[in-house]
Design a binder for this molecule. Structure first.
Ligand SMILES: Cc1cc2nc3c(=O)[nH]c(=O)nc-3n(C[C@H](O)[C@H](O)[C@H](O)COP(=O)(O)O)c2cc1C
Length: 352
């Protein structure tokens, strides 16, 4: 099944393999570079069906680090267009993940150190639903006003418009991993008493408003994905039951696939990490909400990926670190499964 095409709206993806969005922390002022072209381009050459560009900030203060990719300005479009075009020319679908890091913004690039930026390093004021920080190493966020919340929604819609201008075929909204929208979803990070906090309806309002605003500008013909954390892995936080309910609401807003990740919002939470540890949640969302899902998390082998699809746990498999180890993973997986894979013409003499 791994090499069976899949269609969403008018877009047909050549196989079920998606390159998971992965921050490269390689920009200045949010501008895409040659690194992104080669990094994402190689995975398209390597046979992936959908190549999802990393978390791309819809507002400058929504960057995780100062080196994040950005889409908050029209000036970002040309650099992104070059990548989308190259990925598309290889027969892969170019996608982009739109993001706002909320209270987990303004931190160091991972390989340069741990924790929050200092003022001397260019720290900026981070924002969230409530003034509660993620950990003692993180800055205290300022609670967004209702007007600023509306501004976030507008920024996501503007970003989607720019993604279209850049030539992307799929947009994924990043509502996972303890970033801004996840912070609103979880009662552990959202202590608001207005229309955006308290009840399930209120905590999920921002997610639904963003999906609706993006759907209004993103063409009917193109797919819209959403990545969520299906659980906070705590007893009193966000959980799979709420994820199923949210997925139903997002489906009603015109979302086409839920990319099911987990965690990231509770510092020190214990995740039961192991092969395919998140795929049961993708299966539950798929079955109970009746919406296609993507399964992500320690999927590394061809047989395992095919099994996730064959057993109806998900409609696409989403691989991150395995693609860093092997940009040609789909070509190797096809050989292992004796399926036909899209080798580039330039490389055909190596296809045995
Ligand atoms: C270097 C790196 C950067 C990442 N950046 C993002 C990101 O931009 N957006 C996102 O949703 N997840 C991000 N993740 C998480 C991955 O997309 C994926 O969900 C996670 O690594 C689990 O999948 P894996 O076991 O296949 O690596 C990142 C992971 C890595 C290793």
């Amino acid at each position: 099944m791994l090499f069976t095409p899949i269609s969403f709206r008018t877009v047909t993806i050549r196989n079920r393999i998606m390159v998971s969005p992965m921050c490269q922390y390689s920009c200045e002022d949010g501008q895409a570079t040659d690194w992104h072209l080669v990094h994402l381009g190689s995975r398209a050459v390597g046979g992936a069906g959908l190549v999802m560009a990393e978390a791309t900030a819809v507002q400058a203060r929504g960057r995780i680090s100062a080196r994040d990719l950005g889409i908050w300005d029209d000036a970002h479009v040309p650099g992104l267009r070059r990548i989308a075009r190259f990925v598309g020319e290889q027969g892969a679908m170019p996608g982009i993940q739109l993001a706002h890091a909320g209270r987990k913004a303004s931190v160091m690039v991972p390989w340069e150190g741990d924790g929050a930026l200092t003022a001397a390093q260019g720290a900026w004021q981070v924002v969230g639903p409530s003034p509660t920080r993620f950990s003692s190493a993180h800055p205290v966020p300022e609670a967004l006003t209702v007007r600023e919340i509306a501004g976030v929604t507008t920024s996501f819609a503007d970003a989607a418009r720019r993604a279209l201008a850049a030539g992307f075929a799929v947009v994924e909204l990043h509502f996972a991993h303890g970033y801004l929208v996840h912070e609103f979803l979880s009662p552990l990070s959202n202590q608001r008493t207005d229309g955006y906090g308290g009840s399930f309806e209120n905590r999920t309002r921002l997610a639904r408003e963003i999906a609706r605003a993006v759907r209004a500008v993103w063409p009917e013909s193109l797919p819209l994905f959403v990545r969520i954390s299906t659980t906070d892995w705590t007893n009193d936080g966000w959980d799979v039951e709420q994820s199923v309910e949210l997925a139903r609401g997002l489906k009603a807003e015109g979302v086409d696939l839920i990319d099911c990740s987990s965690g990231g919002n509770v510092h020190g939470a214990k995740l039961p990490i192991g092969p395919g540890y998140q795929t049961p949640n993708a299966e539950r969302v798929r079955r109970e909400a009746g919406i296609p899902t993507g399964a992500v998390g320690l999927i590394t082998s061809a047989a395992q990926a095919d099994h996730v699809l064959r057993t109806g746990q998900a409609d696409m498999v989403v691989l991150a670190r395995q693609f860093l180890r092997d940009p040609y993973w789909p070509l190797h997986a096809a050989a292992e499964l004796r399926a036909d894979a899209p080798w580039p013409n330039q490389y055909l003499r190596a296809k045995t």
